[in-house]
Design a protein around this ligand. Structure first.
Ligand code: SF4
Length: 210
């Protein structure tokens, strides 16, 4: 499972916006973007923000989306190609497709503090989809799918503590969560309005369409 393993806060500082990669810390005054707010590296503090031209804006928007969801370039480009082949707006197709990744659903249903944690939980086989174990974080869910914690995993102390904390964050309308049983049902496909991050996805489309 290829993934970025560097400092999460550095990515937020690079993008100049909160990407919410570290769970509760992101909402506290310990958030390093709140405390420092500068671009990382020796030129970050001294140079301030450089003038960013059209290509730079497009590139940054793509990087922001990749980092927000924790997806590497090759896979992100594959999502774009699929999104472009679907009817409708490519940018919206892209984001709504990525939203249906199993790791994102686990995060959205409130069972992980961050997408990074959700990815680890899925990778370690803690979840089932429609009763079958699925350990592929990038697996896409569809309407009617039921996501649950694998029976063996319910004995784990870590999983027990995550179940206790479920319900701490708002859940988007396309996912129906049964907090008592820690299960989720996909009741609709997400729309752009369900995604609470202000992406300018048209910039990503422009970048890949060059
Ligand atoms: Fe980003 Fe969260 Fe780190 Fe703040 S605490 S910089 S939002 S990862």
């Amino acid at each position: 499972m290829a993934r970025y393993t560097g400092a999460a806060c550095r990515l937020c500082r690079r993008e100049g916006t909160k990407l919410f990669l570290k769970g509760d810390r992101c909402y506290s005054d310990k958030c390093s973007l709140t405390r420092r707010g500068s671009v990382p590296g020796q030129h970050g503090q001294a140079g301030g923000r450089r003038r960013v031209k059209e290509y730079g804006l497009q590139l940054r928007e793509k990087q922001k989306a990749k980092r927000y969801y924790g997806i590497l370039e090759k896979q992100f480009k594959n999502y774009f190609v699929k999104a472009d082949n679907k009817p409708g707006q490519t940018g919206e197709n892209l984001l709504t497709m990525i939203e249906t990744r199993l790791d994102n659903v686990v995060y959205r249903m409130g069972l992980a503090n961050s997408r990074r944690e959700a990815r680890q939980l899925v990778f370690h086989g803690h979840f089932t989809v429609n009763g079958k174990k699925v350990d592929i974080p990038s697996a896409l869910v569809k309407v009617g799918d039921v996501i649950a914690i694998a029976e063996n995993s319910r004995k784990s102390e870590k999983i027990k503590s995550l179940i206790e904390n479920i319900g701490g964050r708002p859940v988007p309308a396309w996912i129906s969560v049964d907090n008592a049983n820690a299960t989720a049902t996909i009741v609709a496909l997400p729309t752009r309005a369900d995604i609470d991050f202000p992406f300018e996805e048209h910039l990503i489309v422009e970048l890949y369409s060059k």
